[in-house]
Ligand binder design. Sequence first.
Ligand code: ASP
Length: 328
Amino acid sequence: MSHSVVQPKLIIHGGAGSSLQGKGGVAAVRQLLSGIVETVYQALLRGASAREAVVLGCRLLEDEPRFNAGTGSVLQSDGQIRMSASLMDGAAQRFSGTINVSRIQNPIELADFLQGQSDRVLSDAGSAELSRELGLPIYNPLTDLRLNEWIEERKDNFSKRSMASTVAEVSGAELSGAGVSGADSSAGRGTIGVVALDQQGRVAAGTSTGGKGFERIGRVSDSATPAGNYATDRAGVSCTGIGEDILDECLAAKIVIRAGDGLSLAEAFARSMQEAAGRGRDLGAIGLDATGAIAWGKTSEVLLAAYHNGDRLGDTLELPDGLQTGSC
Ligand code: ASP
């Protein structure tokens, strides 16, 4: 039996959206994402499986209130938080997820538990029941910022664009805790995702979200579907952006299947993003494959992603607006 060790690879994201303003914002987001990349990459070097690395990375990103997942999730139209997360273990080619779960800290942990179950995707009531069975503590992921965004939007009966801008998400003001008004706020941006390749050559992908913000009760995000998060033994992809656009493109599954079916990962990203841009979609995606290639793409203005390719850390924070793809 061969014991050759594969060089681990890692890419994470904290959402896609509109323009990223202010150097302070870029620097702070860069620091945040690179710190998490570093922690998870070290775990991979110590022998963590791709699945364990993905769960760790998603947990750290969910616990970071600046992102729209776990703590700091956006509110839906009725003022409630409902979170969705999924995990796909590429080696087992097994998908699990929770849709619209409330009052737990880390939805990705529920998705992780469901990997071993015969019923692997649960909606709201089932997720609540399972959380109770597992004894997960009741947790309120609400932050003052998200509550204030919702109050501002509600004043106008949610007439503003629900995914208005990423500026507030990443502005120095918010990152230093000063808060922002709902008028410039960006509920719905900041979904998180992690894709990892471990030392055994296994790929896994995870995605977690509070949704797109101010949505109708019962709306289902792409994040806990194979359109938003998918992996095989060859490649894995996590998406962010307008969930309906991602579902319409079936983006994660499409890129992964293309990458295993003759195109390189970079080509699969380029073709899929070009098609999505042609249809006016607003989205982004990150991915890697079992050969160690890392790739990303977006049609939105910014994609908040960072990666470790074994030699160095990199990120996508300062890509030009609009359609862009890249690889390393
Ligand atoms: N895709 C998520 C959703 O539509 C939102 C996001 O990625 O920012 O629920």
